[in-house]
Design a protein around this ligand. Structure first.
Ligand SMILES: [Zn+2]
Length: 413
């Protein structure tokens, strides 16, 4: 394994507001072995001068679906052949990594075998922390059946493109939770409310009874893991918090009162505003009907307000994109949206320290410190001055490293 010393780097991981100037970072094997404000001597290591550049930890996207290639429509995705979905995921994973995201949390769809394929180097991609299939009640937001389908929905379980499985009743919820844990889930995902633009199961709907939610929660607790919940309405968020669930997806309509509770419970919310923005911009190409676009516009417009509410309450926010189908090129575009409200450094924290905590890899990812994985980005432009340094398909990243290996290296060293 190669070792490297990055010299004279300005390091920026969110642990301070401005970052640290003139630092030296030694990478050996997969890990960051040393971080110092003095030159590090090691004649066997390759020295790389980063004067004038910024060294960041690899980014973390806490809301992705790697098995979403082929269509943006869950009802189509869930019926596509699994091999096709798997081949699409190869391109999706590569794209993610080359945008500088070295860790992702897959919140529905990724299998243990896919995680292994990356770990074994068969497929180039980020570190994936997955939950297997999410859980949806009959007719819920990602029950992919249309009104014309007459089957029982059992196919969700075996189709790679289905991000969730259909489950109802306390006992069945427990069994399904145990089954996903058996198959390697690192956390559980529950669809606890309606979809942003859903016609069949609108965003105001609640999903799963409190007993079912508590059953999922107990199974997760027993396995020392946590639950994340899909929610848009304030009531859905509140219900989840009442069930002691602290990882909230979307949370679009969160009220100041609920945000205060979220803060008190130390919950983390992962908004995914770019998911709506991308669909609005691509509406024509996607063939979305005008009513759906109106619903998306409404949710998109509400995005900055919810960010403001959360920021004022001091709620932890994590980075999420939730882009599907052909919209992956928008993955990094949540950064500029976040900075409509947050300071650039706080937007960066959503994809570094806040995200690391959410994926339960604190100290290992999202940080430039001794003992962390050597997941690193070299930026030509200061992202505190211009957040788009993190956008444009990784164009402003002259180097991307994952586990101590360069994925991209345009440094002349
Ligand atoms: Zn999602």
């Amino acid at each position: 394994m190669e070792s490297y010393i990055f010299e004279n780097a300005r390091i920026l991981d969110g642990s301070s507001d401005e970052g640290e100037q003139d630092h030296f970072v030694r990478v050996a094997g997969k890990l960051i072995e040393e971080v110092s404000d003095r030159p590090i001597k090691d004649s066997s290591a390759k020295h790389i001068d980063l004067r004038g550049k910024t060294l960041m930890p690899g980014l973390i996207d806490c809301h992705v679906h790697i098995n979403s290639g082929g269509s943006p429509d869950p009802s189509v995705l869930s019926r596509l052949p699994s091999e096709l979905i798997a081949y699409h995921s190869v391109n999706i994973l590569k794209g993610i990594l080359h945008r500088g995201f070295t860790t992702v949390r897959d919140v529905g769809g990724a299998t243990f075998a896919q995680v292994q394929a990356i770990e074994q180097g068969i497929v180039e991609g980020p570190r994936v922390v997955g939950c297997g299939k999410g859980f949806v009640q009959t007719g819920g937001h990602v029950d992919a059946r249309t009104r014309y389908d007459l089957d029982d929905g059992a196919y969700h379980l075996t189709q790679l493109g289905a991000c969730a499985r259909v489950v109802n009743g306390v006992d069945a919820c427990r069994q399904a939770a145990r089954d996903e844990i058996r198959k390697g889930a690192r956390f559980l995902k529950v669809h606890a409310g309606g979809g942003a633009a859903s016609m069949y199961f609108p965003r105001a709907y609640l999903a799963f009874s409190l007993d079912e939610l508590r059953a999922f929660k107990e199974e997760a607790d027993n396995a020392r893991m946590y639950i994340c919940v899909h929610t848009h309405s304030d009531e859905a968020v509140r219900r989840a918090l009442d069930c002691q669930i602290w990882s909230i997806e979307h949370g679009t309509l969160i009220s100041p009162e609920t945000a205060a509770i979220a803060r008190q419970r130390d919950a983390t919310v992962t908004p995914t505003i770019i998911a709506y923005e991308a669909q609005i911009r691509e509406a024509k190409a996607l063939g979305l009907d005008p009513e759906a676009v109106e619903r998306l516009k409404w949710v998109r417009a509400r995005g900055p307000e919810s960010l403001e509410i959360m920021q004022q309450a001091g709620v932890k926010i994590a980075y999420g994109s939730d882009v599907l189908g052909s919209m992956w090129d928008y993955q990094s575009e949540e950064f500029p949206i976040l900075t409509e409200v947050l300071r650039p450094i706080d937007a960066i924290r959503t994809a570094t320290i806040n995200a690391a905590r959410l994926v339960r890899l604190e100290g290992k990812v999202g940080t430039i410190s001794t003992g962390a994985f050597a997941d690193l980005l070299v930026l030509d432009v200061d992202p505190l001055k211009d957040i788009s340094a993190l956008c444009d398909q990784g164009r402003h990243m002259s180097a991307i490293m994952k586990n101590g290996v360069f994925v991209k290296n345009q440094l002349n060293a």
